[in-house]
Write a new protein. Structure first.
Length: 415
């Protein structure tokens, strides 16, 4: 338990240090002294459709929601762009906030040169409604051991923000758009030979878990970062039905499940933090880090995500589907993810944190504390439909263990 607390503290320091890095971005000088826009065509295409923005302003300012003071639509657009309100949800919320919050008294003379700044929106819920399904399996590499099968069902919906669990999930701060998701996950683990009745000492134990995850994705297109927090509640052991599922999908029934880790409760809190580092029209480099703490996993990790192709700006869209503002319905992305993980506890290897009646587990001294992993894949989005194929590579997680590979197929449908 001493190691658990030590690594948990390190994890919190890691997360706090990462968050403290972000500062309010300085305003870019996109205007001349007369308030004329210096935006070029490329910037306009990169960060949204100006025609759409003008339509929103015109329709809302035609009496439904007036513009602040008596500034012109052109001036309002310039100021709005200068404040870097790129995404449609944030932009529309920005305009709608004018009436409810109010604006400062317009000063005399040129309002732009006098520093007028429209009201920025507080964090609010996005309107994305999405169903997702992921399937993990090592059969793509004809191995059928270690992490052998995983299924994840996801639903993203604004209504989920009204659940009690939403109150303990992390905010994204100003300019963030919050998306709420609930997931059902089952993962199954076996040793190299799942057909032996005897305990296979020195190999991975049989294990399975089943839990419901409540998550909040605080996406900030203005500051180019995404903060995902998740609370997991479930069970591990025979109650997770891992043996039942594997027997149902195998022609030869695995016989070693009587030696699986015993029943225990899963209560885990996970945080993921992504920050844009480099972005062009066809290339994106992001930092990816986070931590997991609880009865299932305790670790901290850091790495990078590289993607290239024809895709929507990463922080404009949290889904595999095509962003609604995109001019083309078809998007494709090639990606590579690199990660190092510092592990304090892994219940799939060591058994439940408070369960002492396991038939067999890996001893704490035999756990590899630093594990590198990587993945590569391709994603395709066609309007409301998205598909991703990903291949994972994992280094050995325990002494005497093997390197490991598995594949993932993920689909999403926006409705």
């Amino acid at each position: 338990m001493t190691s658990f607390f030590k690594y948990s503290i390190l994890g919190m320091i890691f997360f706090i240090a990462g968050c403290s890095y972000y500062q309010e971005p300085a305003l870019e000088d996109n205007e001349d002294k007369n308030g004329s826009s210096l935006l070029n065509k490329e910037e306009s295409q990169d960060h949204g459709s100006r025609a759409y923005d003008r339509f929103v302003i015109s329709s809302l300012s035609s009496g439904e929601i007036p513009l602040p003071g008596d500034i012109t639509e052109d001036e309002y657009y310039i100021r709005d762009y200068r404040n870097r309100m790129y995404s449609r949800p944030a932009y529309e919320m920005h305009v709608k906030t004018i009436n409810s919050v109010g604006t400062p008294e317009p000063s005399k003379g040129n309002r732009l040169s006098q520093g007028f700044r429209p009201v920025k929106p507080a964090a609010h819920s996005g309107d994305v409604k999405l169903f997702g399904l992921s399937f993990d399996n090592d059969i793509f590499f004809n191995t059928d051991y270690y992490y052998t099968n995983g299924v994840k069902i996801e639903l993203t919906h604004p209504y989920l923000g009204s659940l009690p669990t939403a109150t303990i999930l992390l905010p994204g701060g100003r300019d963030a758009v919050d998306y709420y998701r609930v997931s059902l996950i089952q993962n199954i683990y076996t040793p190299v030979d799942p057909d032996q009745r005897e305990i296979q000492y020195g190999d991975r134990p049989f294990a399975a878990y089943l839990y419901v995850g409540f998550s909040k994705i605080a996406n900030n297109p203005v500051r180019q970062f995404r903060l995902t927090s998740e609370l997991d509640l479930g069970v591990m052991g025979p109650a997770a039905l891992g043996g039942f599922v594997q027997k149902a999908i195998h022609e030869i029934e695995p016989t070693g499940w009587k030696n699986q880790v015993s029943n225990s409760i899963i209560l885990n809190y996970n945080i993921q933090f992504e920050k844009g580092l480099v972005a062009t029209r066809s290339f994106q480099l992001n930092f990816d880090g986070g931590l997991q703490a609880g009865t299932l996993y305790d670790n901290i990790y850091a790495g990078f995500i590289l993607q290239f192709g024809k895709f929507d700006p990463y922080f404009n869209n949290i889904t595999l589907t095509t962003d609604r503002s995109s001019k083309s319905r078809i998007r494709y992305t090639f990606f590579v993810k690199l990660q190092n993980k510092l592990i304090a506890y892994d219940a799939t290897l060591q058994g439940g944190m408070f369960a002492n009646n396991n038939e067999y587990t890996i001893h704490s001294a035999d756990i590899n504390r630093l594990v590198a992993n990587a993945s590569t894949g391709i994603s395709l989005s066609i309007g409301r439909f998205g598909l991703s194929l990903e291949q994972f590579y994992l280094m050995s997680e325990f002494k005497g263990g093997k390197r490991f590979m598995y594949g993932r197929i993920k689909t999403e449908i926006r409705f």
